[in-house]
Every structure is written in structure tokens, then in C-alpha cells.
Ligand binder design. Sequence first.
Ligand code: ZN
Length: 84
Amino acid sequence: MAKVLYCRDLGMDCDFVARGETDDEILRKAEEHAERVHGMSEVSPDMEDKILDNIHEDAERGTELEAERSEEYEADEEAERGIR
Ligand SMILES: [Zn+2]
């Protein structure tokens, strides 16, 4: 089951969405994003808890995710840079 995390849910004014199959995968993407886009040199244990609390099941996309993963990753990168 695919899962999703909205950066906005963490209190950021940001449209970044991290998708993955597991909490770990999303956590890694979120950490990378926080570092690159929000200038956090590391994610604190508190922030990590907050991220884990805000990971939802991605009900809308379901199994289509597999085929679209690479395209979607590029789209996420554009969103990170604010090109939308
Ligand atoms: Zn963000």
C-alpha cells in the first residue's frame, strides 16, 4: 500500500509531497527534502516523530504508483524548486 506525506502537514508553506511504500522510504525523502529546500542540516527526533505522525495511506493513487514512480519523482523535484 502506497503512503504519502504532505510537507504542508508539517506546518510548512510548501507543496512538496513525498510518496513511498514504507514509512522509512518517506522519511528518507522527507529528510532529503527538508535539507535541500528548508535548509535543515539534520532532522531532529521530534521532527522525525512529526513526519511519522503525518504519513497517510495514499488512497487515491493506489497501485498505479509503481509505473509512475520515476516520472512522479521528477515532478516532486520541480515542486521542490518552486516550478509548478
Ligand atoms: Zn517542504
